[in-house]
Design a protein around this ligand. Sequence first.
Ligand code: FRU
Length: 486
Amino acid sequence: WAQDASNRPQPVYHFAPAANWMNDPNGLVYYDGEYHLFYQYNPYGDRWGHMSWGHAVSRDLVRWTELPVAVPETDVMAFSGSAVVDWHNDSGLGKNGKPPMVAFFTGFNPRTKIQAQYAAYSNDRGRTWTRFGDKPILDIGSTEFRDPKVFWHAKTKSWIMLVVLAVENKLAIYTSKDLKQWDKASEFGPAGARGKNWECPDLFELPVEGHPGQTRWVLGINLGDSAIGGGSGGQYFVGDFDGRRFTPDPTSGTAPLWMDYGADFYAAVSWNDIPAKDGRRIWIGWANDWRYANAIPTFPSRGLMSLPRTVSLRQTAAGYRIAQAPVREVETLRRDPVRVDELLLGEAEVALPVEGGSVELQLDIDAGNADQIVLALSDDQGFRTLIGVNPTIKELFVDRTRSGPHFHDAFPERHNAPIKIEAGRFTLRLLVDQSIVEVYADNGETTITDRFFPASGKLRWSAYARNGTATIRSLKAWQLGDAVQV
Ligand code: FRU
């Protein structure tokens, strides 16, 4: 296993580049059997800088192959953006009757500080990219105008580009027929949660679960600070999109809806061009928080992606809510199944028959009369990360206040989320990978994603209940990961 500076094994089934700095996922597109994952990458170091698009591909979303840098820094740094397959060669950039891939990124000019939108294209399945001209395709002279998300809108037969006016907390929507000439259609915001900036927008249509024929549009907006996990994080809106304007549903309320309640799920955006017969909407987030991103104690790479997650939409008593689940391909990584039924929990901590730090756990728990149920993941130096539920106040939490040696003041925190307790019961699904925990509760309606950095790589699982007893009705667990990162 690759090890970092403190001898800690690195995640095995979450994507990280072999070395150097990585932030946002970019250019997510499916083409000819491959999922492309581009990302904000510094080819020269393990802190933010020289921003370029790194590149990895996968056929199953869980086993990734890293490829050479796709879009390098030039006169401008290549900031975040997206990519599409130009099926009908509307751009005229295709060759030999094959649809080109076209990428859109924000070029940040370090001299003028201007942020403008640029395009690049590929006619070789994304292996090499050519910038479309020297000039931006969309420039409004702003220093806070970034993260173009382009997608095809079938009803109006147009290309749509979302771009944030970052510090104004606004989204600008543009339309195009040829991917080159863009006309402004509307703006959205400020709305929901504000903050120092809005970043990395996304917009997609989802069927409403259990209501055949009904759909709504989900607008994802990432926030540079002040999100629910304490720092950078994502919110979403549910509404309608007519090809020009996004209109939020009045019923979705005024309180922000959070993509995730942890600190480490940022800049989440979704794949374009996943075939209709697959039908999934899949997104991925950067598992980090801008407050401490440059300080996390990992080596030789600094930066990790979340698992790719399927996003669906449900009608709940409170209104429409997204639900997330790890892509089903994760199940192909399962080994060594363990199953335990009827495990009574009390004050005395009991060991769980689960080994190590790259595992999946599925728990069905009867809260009994306990007011807290805790799963602890401990290293052999006394550091531990707690995943728990306080059933009386219907709260789920991840406590990483003592999860490892100190490296940044903003890191040792506890993150809370609401959880439903029905007839005294709740279920949890945990995907843990050495230094990341993804908690899926309420069937994916609530997630907490947090990094943790124990002092050593040997991790042990245990559980206990406070002020009463609770019962693990069933625990299913697997080792995860034959995934090899190249
Ligand atoms: C989000 C972000 C984007 C920008 C990129 C630069 O994390 O700030 O808005 O394009 O990172 O690396």
